[in-house]
Ligand binder design. Sequence first.
Ligand SMILES: [Zn+2]
Length: 105
Amino acid sequence: MREGQEQSHQYYIYSWNVGKPYGLVRIHVAECGYCNDGRGKVYGPIKARGDWQGPFNFESASRLAKSLAVLDTRPCQRCMAQWLADQEKVAGAAHTSSPETDRAD
Ligand SMILES: [Zn+2]
Protein backbone atom coordinates (compact mmCIF):
# COMPACT_ATOMS: atom_id res chain seq x y z
CA MET A 1 0.00 0.00 0.00
CA ARG A 2 1.33 3.43 -0.89
CA GLU A 3 1.44 6.24 1.60
CA GLY A 4 -0.96 9.13 1.26
CA GLN A 5 -3.59 7.25 -0.71
CA GLU A 6 -6.21 7.18 2.05
CA GLN A 7 -8.16 10.07 0.59
CA SER A 8 -8.92 8.17 -2.58
CA HIS A 9 -10.36 5.15 -0.80
CA GLN A 10 -14.03 4.51 -0.61
CA TYR A 11 -15.52 3.04 2.52
CA TYR A 12 -18.50 0.87 3.22
CA ILE A 13 -20.43 0.23 6.38
CA TYR A 14 -21.50 -3.27 7.24
CA SER A 15 -24.20 -3.48 9.86
CA TRP A 16 -25.90 -6.46 11.35
CA ASN A 17 -28.71 -6.53 13.90
CA VAL A 18 -28.58 -2.82 14.58
CA GLY A 19 -30.71 -2.05 17.62
CA LYS A 20 -30.06 -5.44 19.20
CA PRO A 21 -27.55 -6.10 22.00
CA TYR A 22 -25.44 -8.34 19.79
CA GLY A 23 -25.48 -6.09 16.75
CA LEU A 24 -22.27 -5.05 15.08
CA VAL A 25 -21.00 -2.40 12.71
CA ARG A 26 -17.79 -2.57 10.69
CA ILE A 27 -16.12 -0.03 8.48
CA HIS A 28 -14.43 -1.53 5.42
CA VAL A 29 -12.39 -0.24 2.55
CA ALA A 30 -14.11 -1.01 -0.75
CA GLU A 31 -11.26 -3.30 -1.89
CA CYS A 32 -11.44 -5.45 1.25
CA GLY A 33 -12.13 -9.12 0.62
CA TYR A 34 -14.95 -8.98 3.12
CA CYS A 35 -16.49 -5.98 1.43
CA ASN A 36 -16.11 -6.41 -2.34
CA ASP A 37 -17.50 -2.95 -3.06
CA GLY A 38 -20.40 -3.51 -0.73
CA ARG A 39 -21.40 -6.90 -2.09
CA GLY A 40 -19.90 -8.81 0.79
CA LYS A 41 -18.04 -12.08 0.52
CA VAL A 42 -18.85 -13.48 -2.88
CA TYR A 43 -18.10 -17.10 -2.10
CA GLY A 44 -19.89 -19.58 0.13
CA PRO A 45 -23.50 -20.65 0.39
CA ILE A 46 -24.51 -18.17 3.06
CA LYS A 47 -25.41 -14.76 1.79
CA ALA A 48 -24.25 -12.01 4.10
CA ARG A 49 -26.96 -11.42 6.64
CA GLY A 50 -26.23 -7.79 7.29
CA ASP A 51 -26.63 -4.62 5.30
CA TRP A 52 -24.01 -2.78 3.32
CA GLN A 53 -24.13 0.95 2.89
CA GLY A 54 -21.83 3.04 0.82
CA PRO A 55 -19.61 4.06 -0.72
CA PHE A 56 -18.66 6.95 1.52
CA ASN A 57 -15.56 8.94 2.20
CA PHE A 58 -14.02 8.06 5.54
CA GLU A 59 -15.55 10.98 7.37
CA SER A 60 -19.08 10.13 6.27
CA ALA A 61 -18.52 6.45 6.97
CA SER A 62 -17.34 7.21 10.51
CA ARG A 63 -20.25 9.51 11.13
CA LEU A 64 -22.78 6.96 9.92
CA ALA A 65 -21.12 4.19 11.93
CA LYS A 66 -21.39 6.29 15.09
CA SER A 67 -24.97 7.30 14.32
CA LEU A 68 -26.01 3.64 14.37
CA ALA A 69 -25.11 3.62 18.08
CA VAL A 70 -24.03 0.01 18.13
CA LEU A 71 -21.66 -0.85 20.96
CA ASP A 72 -19.58 -3.19 18.81
CA THR A 73 -18.54 -0.68 16.17
CA ARG A 74 -15.04 -0.75 14.74
CA PRO A 75 -12.97 -0.67 11.62
CA CYS A 76 -12.29 -4.01 9.94
CA GLN A 77 -9.21 -5.67 11.45
CA ARG A 78 -8.12 -6.75 8.01
CA CYS A 79 -8.47 -3.84 5.62
CA MET A 80 -8.13 -1.12 8.28
CA ALA A 81 -5.19 -2.66 10.12
CA GLN A 82 -2.83 0.13 9.09
CA TRP A 83 -5.38 2.76 10.06
CA LEU A 84 -5.83 1.08 13.45
CA ALA A 85 -2.08 1.05 13.98
CA ASP A 86 -1.92 4.74 13.16
CA GLN A 87 -4.71 5.48 15.61
CA GLU A 88 -2.85 3.67 18.36
CA LYS A 89 0.25 5.70 17.62
CA VAL A 90 -1.79 8.91 17.78
CA ALA A 91 -3.45 7.80 21.03
CA GLY A 92 -0.08 6.87 22.52
CA ALA A 93 1.41 10.22 21.56
CA ALA A 94 -1.56 12.05 23.08
CA HIS A 95 -0.86 10.37 26.42
CA THR A 96 2.78 11.38 26.57
CA SER A 97 2.52 14.94 25.33
CA SER A 98 -0.12 17.58 24.95
CA PRO A 99 0.14 19.89 21.91
CA GLU A 100 -0.84 22.95 23.96
CA THR A 101 1.99 22.53 26.44
CA ASP A 102 4.66 21.21 24.08
CA ARG A 103 7.90 23.00 24.68
CA ALA A 104 11.20 22.65 22.90
CA ASP A 105 13.33 22.60 26.04
ZN1 LIG B 1 -12.42 -5.08 5.67
